[in-house]
Design a binder for this molecule. Structure first.
Ligand code: HAM
Length: 438
């Protein structure tokens, strides 16, 4: 079939057969985040462009090259969100959440947009799950963020081959002195630097440290190190964080070249890398951002820490590592029928089955019995119920075990009990709605 429209470059449909991966990740994320006392938040998909431009950093790749920006009919400039930390902080401030018991812990699972060059693991619309803990500064919170991502990776069985990279990039007290030293070191070395790095000296010197170009990489390896310039507070903070990571049994690589692509970080930064591809296509990352609230106009200092992980990259790993993923979409039963009376009875039977938690479908069109049975096969239903004129008259039904290829005639009234026994109570699909005091 020729098609006129396809998904825009760098975006993709999540087809029904792909949703089992998303569902699994979502379930595990929700479960683990709730265990941590976090609550879900969703912010608008577009925001005032300055929410991102001011916080992520005008010279960062995200803002300078990758943001989808548009004007509305009244000339206001908005951006499709490239990330969520700024939006969640905006929401925290807008709703006066500073008056709640602190810290306030959020989690999210949302789509994001970056005008990136599409390639494996890099899309223009992608999904992140993430966590933001706002209102307190303590390395124990940073450690919990790092651990939470590890726990989720373990739950999903995608932890093998991932390495945790950590660093501290100091604070407004100690970083300016370091940046000065960095600029001095790079001064006059333009000939050995890529064009991006030549510009970075003036716009975003920290990013000189994580340039992937070979010559720049060599220069960076000889550059002054942040650790030499850390103030006492940042030094102690980082040392305590490492003690907590040890306590939690987390192995990490101290990576002084890890600076992350977003400007709002202070102190802790971290990423989980695929050992094979390194900085390219990190599974997720985050860090502390104690100054972000003030950049957004807050008159009070609001320390915070968080991380986000790329759902598409996680799915890629799940597939590569052949992780078993339950497919809850498979139907248990296919109902086949012939004749107007049987069709009527099948319709109500389908709802009785579904009310009992049995996933049931049927071909209620005019297909022949033969083609209905073929369909049942295609749906990969475990069982098929067959209702013809004779069965309606005799108040019976034929139950066919599709795998065994065997069938039996049973009393119509016993259909549901018999199927529940065959499928097993634990396999049934219910929504458990618990009413208090019910
Ligand atoms: P980020 O490192 O820009 O951090 O993104 C986090 C993760 O999102 C990446 O590690 C990657 O897995 C995924 N990701 C990013 N861009 C793409 C893309 N174009 N295609 C597919 N996946 C992508 C942040 O966004 C911060 N807001 C994290 C954070 C939360 N820091 C503190 N709190």
């Amino acid at each position: 079939m020729s098609v006129k429209f396809t998904t825009p470059k760098g975006t993709h449909d999540i087809l029904p057969e792909q949703h089992k991966y998303v569902t699994l990740i979502k379930k595990i994320v929700r479960h683990r985040c709730r265990q941590h006392g976090m609550r879900r938040i969703s912010t608008p998909i577009f925001e005032d462009v300055d929410v991102f431009a001011r916080t992520v950093g005008a010279d960062s790749d995200i803002i300078s090259k990758e943001m989808y920006v548009f004007d509305d009919k009244k000339g206001r400039t908005f951006a499709l969100r490239p990330e969520n930390t700024a939006g969640v902080m905006r929401s925290y401030l807008e709703h006066g959440m500073g008056s709640l018991p602190q810290p306030v812990s959020f989690y999210y699972f949302e789509p994001f947009f970056r005008y990136d060059k599409p390639q494996k693991g890099r899309y223009r619309q992608f999904h992140q799950y993430g966590v933001e803990i706002i209102g307190e500064s303590d390395p124990a919170l940073d450690a919990q963020c790092i651990k939470l991502m590890d726990v989720i990776n373990h739950d999903l069985r995608i932890h093998e081959g991932l390495s945790l990279q950590i660093n501290t990039i100091g604070c407004p007290k100690c970083r300016p002195e370091y940046i000065e030293q960095l600029k001095n070191y790079y001064f006059g070395k333009d000939r050995s630097m890529c064009s991006d790095c030549i510009a970075r000296q003036h716009t975003n010197p920290l990013r000189l440290l994580d340039c992937k170009q070979e010559d720049c990489h060599i220069l960076a390896s000889l550059a002054p190190r942040m650790s030499t310039y850390l103030c006492e507070e940042c030094k102690t903070y980082h040392a305590t964080l490492k003690e907590y990571l040890d306590e939690l049994g987390l192995q990490y690589t101290e990576n002084e070249f890890l600076v992350r692509g977003l400007d709002y970080y202070t102190k802790t930064v971290f990423e989980y890398w695929d050992e094979k591809t390194g900085a390219q296509n990190a599974i997720g990352g985050g860090g502390r951002y104690d100054g972000l609230a003030e950049i957004l106009g807050s008159s009070v200092h609001v320390p915070a820490v968080g991380f986000a992980a790329g759902v598409e990259r996680m799915i890629e790993r799940i597939k590569e590592q052949n992780v078993y993923v339950p497919d809850k979409d498979k139907v248990h039963v296919f109902v086949a029928q012939l004749g107007p009376e049987a069709k009527k009875k099948s319709l109500s039977l389908l709802y009785q089955l579904r009310d009992r938690g049995i996933k049931a479908t049927g071909a209620l069109g005019k297909a022949s019995m033969k083609s209905q049975l073929r369909l049942a096969d295609k749906f990969e239903a475990d069982y098929c119920l067959i209702l013809g004129q004779m069965e309606v008259l005799e108040n019976t039904i034929i139950l066919r075990d599709m795998k065994a290829g065997k069938q039996e005639i049973i009393p119509f009234a016993k259909t549901i009990d018999k199927l529940v026994k065959l499928i097993g109570e634990e396999e049934l699909d219910y929504y458990h709605f618990f009413e208090p005091n019910a």
